[in-house]
Design a protein around this ligand. Structure first.
Ligand code: AMP
Length: 122
């Protein structure tokens, strides 16, 4: 098990209802909400409710039900915020130090509403 989950991280606290959030969709295993500091007109975070640190942790260790629920919720959210059908979006996830992950609870950013520019600096 390469990861230790910190139950005091801010998204764990959101999931426990200790911190408010602007929810878009709340499903059995997944929560989608607006990023508090949006980097684009659309900036949504989609997170599993289970204690997974990174995308690879989630992909390796979540149940099939959680995996399907996460991805189906992400797809529904893309429609709800108007990027699908529409002008598209960028879905990104940061992991660990080199990924510059700030919150150690796996989350997918869905960004859109403007041209997002190059993927990374070269
Ligand atoms: P990352 O760098 O990929 O870990 O991204 C963490 C994201 O969480 C950033 O875009 C923050 O703006 C966002 N964030 C931090 N605290 C909150 C919060 N309380 N509610 C919503 N988004 C948050």
């Amino acid at each position: 098990m390469p990861y230790t989950y910190d139950p005091q991280n801010i998204f764990a606290r959101i999931l426990r209802g200790e911190i408010p959030n602007r929810t878009i969709l709340d499903s059995a295993h997944t929560l989608a909400f607006h990023d508090i500091n949006p980097a684009a007109p659309v900036h949504v975070l989609v997170i599993p409710k289970g204690p997974y640190v990174t995308y690879d942790d989630f992909s390796a260790n979540a149940s099939a039900e959680e995996l399907v629920d996460f991805h189906r919720t992400l797809a529904k959210v893309c429609e709800m915020v108007g990027v699908v059908p529409g002008q598209g979006y960028r879905a990104i996830t940061n992991a660990g130090e080199h990924g510059m992950q700030e919150v150690p609870h796996f989350h997918m950013h869905v960004l859109g509403g403007k041209l997002m520019g190059p993927l990374v600096q070269r």
